[in-house]
Design a protein around this ligand. Structure first.
Ligand code: NAP
Length: 259
């Protein structure tokens, strides 16, 4: 039996994207909207969120901008409640907000380490928790539309010098993903991760302009960076009906960079 794929497979769903002010998060918000979902865009730079919401509305989508610093874990639940009040019960969380935190381990500042873990680990953990609570209460879990996608990284399993804190934070995201997937399997919530390789965005643009950055790119098997659309199909797979039997998985999309 073959069914024609829907052009808006996420029609009627409500999604939250953290870190939607730039790079991958902005891309994900537009992608989910184009697939029919109503989207709450969250981040700290509210002017940027509002610009993206206006751009989505201009294309006929429904979106809201909600200020959220995920490093303030206590602010996450109220922001998610605001999203539900505006858009309806939550189905999808894209746990995307992240910071780099570069520095050699011998002298990395405590503040830098804490900022990396506050955003990349605590932020991801408590956003997933707040989402799962609402997916269970709101019925998405029972309808098999509940999806949490955590944006990890290939450095969560590939050591790269100068990224010990960031790499540690992304390794934590991978194990948190698996454990939450195990705990929430019986509720019908799919929890998965994507491990991207290097995609040129604001998080690394300065680095890849340097000689060291150019040298790193030349060392990649395909001698290139990926573009912002590299994760589109994987994200859609993990947000849509195809993920009804996929949970606790991390999908690597890295153009062979970790090989
Ligand atoms: P980016 O353009 O720098 O975007 C990062 C986003 O995170 C921004 O929207 C930023 O928004 C948000 N953010 C940072 N701190 C935040 C906080 N405390 N609270 C809420 N939002 C916060 O970088 P990107 O490449 O798109 O990164 C997105 C995700 O992909 C990150 O988790 C990153 O680790 C991961 N990743 C990226 C690559 C890559 O090569 N680009 C590779 C692997 C994984 P505000 O500053 O407005 O708050």
């Amino acid at each position: 039996m073959s069914e024609k794929p829907l052009s808006t497979p996420l029609a009627g769903r409500t999604a939250i994207v953290t870190g939607a002010t730039s790079g991958l998060g902005r891309r994900f918000a537009h992608l989910l909207s184009a697939a029919g979902a109503s989207v709450a865009l969250m981040g700290r730079r509210v002017d940027r969120l509002e610009n993206e919401v206006a751009a989505i509305a201009a294309k006929g989508g429904k979106a809201v901008a909600i200020a959220l610093d995920v490093a303030h874990a206590g602010a996450i639940a109220p922001a998610f409640d605001e999203a539900q009040a505006a858009l309806g019960p939550l189905d999808i969380l894209i746990n995307n907000a992240g910071v780099g935190g570069e520095g050699m381990a011998l002298d990395l500042a405590i503040e830098s380490f804490d900022q990396t873990f506050d955003v990349n680990v605590r932020g991801v953990y408590f956003a997933a928790q707040a989402a799962a609570q609402r997916m269970i209460e709101g019925g998405a879990a029972g309808r098999d539309t509940a999806r949490i996608v955590n944006i990890a990284s290939i450095v969560g399993f590939t050591p790269i010098q100068g990224l010990s804190a960031y790499a540690g934070s992304k390794a934590a995201v991978l194990m948190i993903t698996q454990t939450m997937a195990r705990e929430w399997a019986r509720h019908g919530i799919a929890v998965n991760a994507i491990c991207p390789g290097y995609i040129e965005t604001e998080i690394n643009a300065d680095w890849f302009k340097t000689e060291g950055g150019q040298k790193q790119v030349k060392g990649f098997p395909r001698r290139r960076l990926m573009d912002e659309g590299a994760l589109d199909e994987t994200l859609m797979l993990l947000c849509g009906p195809a993920a009804r039997f996929i949970t606790g998985t991390a999908i690597t999309v890295d153009d062979g960079q970790s090989l």
